[in-house]
Design a protein. Structure first.
Length: 161
């Protein structure tokens, strides 16, 4: 074999390069195959992430439907001052603004949207529920606020004349 290399050094060199090149080609083909597989895995992973994102978005809780069973003509029964204990503010004032009930309690304020399937119940920006309680004469006497898993009840104060 050494004799062959001495006699035909160019052929031996060519043979060596050919074998080296074929190994290199196999490596390149292997990388192409790995790259192709990685592209498929990445595409599949992206599709799965997109599906989970869509699924999570579809499951997001929506605030209760607020079809109006409340008439602004009834607002006088709800407006007034309600005295609370255990809150960072002592009073919640209810008034009418832009043909909607509106509350102010300390630094908090906002419109009240009627909840369609509950009488005298209102949604406050999807964060709280205001429920008004009536006495035997159908007069509103108190306001119950459900917020962050807690309930607070305030008595309606009579208007002074």
């Amino acid at each position: 074999m050494i004799k062959d290399i001495n006699i035909l050094p160019g052929i031996a060199c060519f043979s060596f390069l050919k074998n080296s090149f074929s190994v290199g080609t196999e490596a390149v083909n292997s990388l192409k195959l790995k790259s192709s597989i990685m592209k498929k895995i990445f595409f599949l992973f992206s599709c799965i992430v997109a599906l989970f994102s869509l699924e999570a978005g579809a499951q997001a809780t929506q605030p209760p439907e607020t079809k109006s069973t409340f008439s602004i003509a009834d607002s006088a029964a709800f407006t007034g001052k309600y005295k609370f204990e255990g809150l960072p503010f002592e009073y919640v004032d209810l008034s009418v603004q832009n043909n909607k009930l509106f509350f102010v309690g300390g630094e908090y304020n906002g419109p009240l949207e009627p909840i369609s399937d509950k009488k005298d119940a209102f949604n406050v920006n999807g964060e709280a529920v205001f429920t008004f309680n009536r006495n035997a004469e159908n007069k509103i006497i108190e306001l119950k606020i459900d917020y962050n898993g807690q309930s607070f009840v305030g008595k309606k104060e009579e208007k002074k004349m």
